[in-house]
Design a protein around this ligand. Structure first.
Ligand SMILES: [Ca+2]
Length: 457
């Protein structure tokens, strides 16, 4: 519903609505050139565009209102977004060399006759330009309902009279490569490709949208310089339940806007190719890393810690190590407080380390709400990445805080961070792994244990 107070530069809405209705009645004698079937190529089209999409967009001068499109205008473009996956609904996005624009329809299943890659031609007669929260759309009509203005997409009759379906591109539309910090309004409703982007840590391994409630969700993409853009997905998309990848790579989508927020929409998950190492990650040497320096700066607070080449395993119960932050410093912690099931054994296991030369590990740790000594530290040379419970673990003997360790500030429930000291690792002709093991239960052994700054050298 749109407020009646919207402004109209070219006309007032009743006239426009009347014009739309008149169009339905009188335009049916026009040439009806429709090509629903050809899978490629398409039949010749007896219609020639006389207006670019950039020129069309420039006709929308009434922000929040309506502008009519000249009756003799003809614009065309290649469909770059259709409604096949359900991420877009009753809407197409078409694009020519000058820009792109959304076209709103009254009916769905548009992809069956106007899929991505097909050129369509649109006669302007009777159509309007509107905008939805800042995104310009071609619509079929606007009608007053109970004091509100309501936009309607092109009716089936308007599709017959105004839309001519043309040839298919020989190959899919090619997106324009652009960097996140270069994206601007000129890219709205066009197909773009972001290179070397990844989901922020908190948005990896999550569903694209909520397939249960059908709520749309935003996920945030970032480049390696920290520039971000939203990826928005409809809860009705057939890939809403798919899981966002952890890696970095290229992502193709159509750019939209909602008020001040630019947001990308993918057509489906084939637009997402994020399978390289994340920003800052380095390839794993076959013999393991010669050193580690994990500050946990990449872990997301209140999320399970996910670190390249590290494992985070619930051996007993469901709790895992999670990220937390305090005063700008990120670290990991585990706790059995309110755990269900009650008994907790969870391991945070380091990336593989080359143990062929003498190495030492150091880290710092602290507790919160002390009840019990829940942290132990181990090393294994037969951990495979998935056998935390059955691998052979040798105990290490680091310095850990205890019940008597001073609080980090008066009244705090947390103790000061305590350095482990340099703890020698075994020399071994292969790789080894440091295991941080938390045990507790939700009855009496609920202490939070925190770890930061794991160094091996
Ligand atoms: Ca840290």
């Amino acid at each position: 519903m749109l407020p009646l107070m919207r402004l109209f530069k070219n006309n007032n809405w009743p006239l426009l609505a009347t014009a739309s209705m008149a169009l339905l009645l009188t335009f049916s004698a026009c040439v009806d050139t429709e090509f629903d079937e050809p899978p490629t190529g398409g039949a010749p089209v007896d219609i020639t565009p006389n207006m670019s999409i950039a020129q069309l967009r420039a006709l929308h001068v009434t922000s929040g209102g309506y502008d009519s499109i000249p009756a003799d205008a003809v614009f065309s473009g290649v469909v770059v977004m259709d409604d096949r996956s359900g991420n877009y609904y009753k809407t197409l996005v078409i694009q020519d060399s000058t820009g792109g624009i959304e076209i709103s329809f009254n009916d769905g299943y548009l992809y069956t006759s106007m899929p991505v890659g097909r050129t369509i031609y649109v006669r302007g007669k009777g159509l309007l330009l509107s905008d939805y929260e800042g995104l310009i759309q071609v619509i079929g009509s606007v009608v007053e309902e109970g004091g509100d203005l309501r936009d309607f997409g092109l009716t089936e009759a308007q599709v017959r009279t105004n839309v001519v379906k043309g040839a298919y591109l020989p190959s899919p539309p090619v997106p324009k490569k652009v960097k996140i910090n270069e994206i601007n309004d000129s890219h709205l409703s066009t197909l773009i490709e972001l290179e070397d982007v990844e989901f922020i840590g908190a948005d990896t391994m999550k569903t694209y949208a909520d397939p249960v409630t059908n709520n749309s969700l935003n996920r945030t993409l970032q480049d390696c310089n920290g520039n971000t853009i939203l990826l928005r997905t409809s809860g009705y998309a057939d890939f809403a339940a798919a899981i966002t990848p952890r890696g970095k790579g290229n992502l193709v989508g159509v750019l939209g806007v909602f008020r001040d927020d630019l947001q990308l929409y993918i057509r489906d998950t084939t637009d997402v190719n994020l399978d390289s190492l994340r920003c800052g990650e380095v390839p794993l040497p076959a013999e393991g890393f010669s050193s580690l320096n994990e500050t946990f700066s990449s872990v997301a607070s209140f999320e399970e810690a996910a670190l390249a080449y590290w494992a985070n395993v619930a051996v007993v119960g469901a709790e895992k190590w999670e990220g937390r932050g305090f005063s700008g410093n990120q670290f990991v912690q585990a706790s059995a407080f309110n755990a269900s099931p009650s008994n907790v054994e969870t391991w945070l296991i380091s990336a593989p380390i080359d143990l062929r030369t003498q190495k030492e590990v150091s880290f710092r740790s602290s507790w919160g709400f002390y009840k019990h000594q829940g942290l132990t530290v181990w090393v294994s040379t037969d951990f495979t990445g998935s056998n935390a419970a059955t691998a052979t673990w040798q105990p290490l003997n680091p310095i850990l805080p205890n019940a008597g360790t001073a609080l980090d500030s008066p009244g705090s429930s947390y103790c000061q961070w305590v350095s482990s000291g340099n703890v020698a690792l075994p020399v071994y002709n292969g790789k080894g792994y440091i295991g941080f093991k938390y045990t507790g239960d939700s009855g009496n052994n609920t202490t939070t244990w925190r770890v930061d700054d794991v160094k091996v050298q």
